[in-house]
Design a protein. Structure first.
Length: 80
């Protein structure tokens, strides 16, 4: 149970920071922000571990991945 709460908290932080650094408005709910932030944190953490970088760079990579996921998601959502 604690792990799920941790993923939600980290996902919200990473997702919020990613949205902060993206230009313009993103019509994205808080749920999608958390989901894409958590995915960004997971993928970013995996990449950081693979290249052997520290915690600060892991956060930067996670935010960049989340920014990419949010951009990709919004691009796909707008093509409806």
């Amino acid at each position: 149970m604690g792990t799920i709460i941790w993923y939600i908290i980290v996902g919200a932080i990473i997702g919020a920071l990613a949205r902060l650094f993206l230009k313009g408005q993103q019509p994205l709910s808080i749920v999608w922000t958390i989901i894409l932030g958590a995915l960004g944190a997971g993928i970013g953490g995996w990449i950081a571990a693979a290249i052997g970088v520290g915690t600060i760079l892991q956060w930067v990579i996670s935010i960049l991945v989340a920014m990419g996921l949010i951009t990709l998601f919004l691009g796909m959502a707008n093509k409806k």
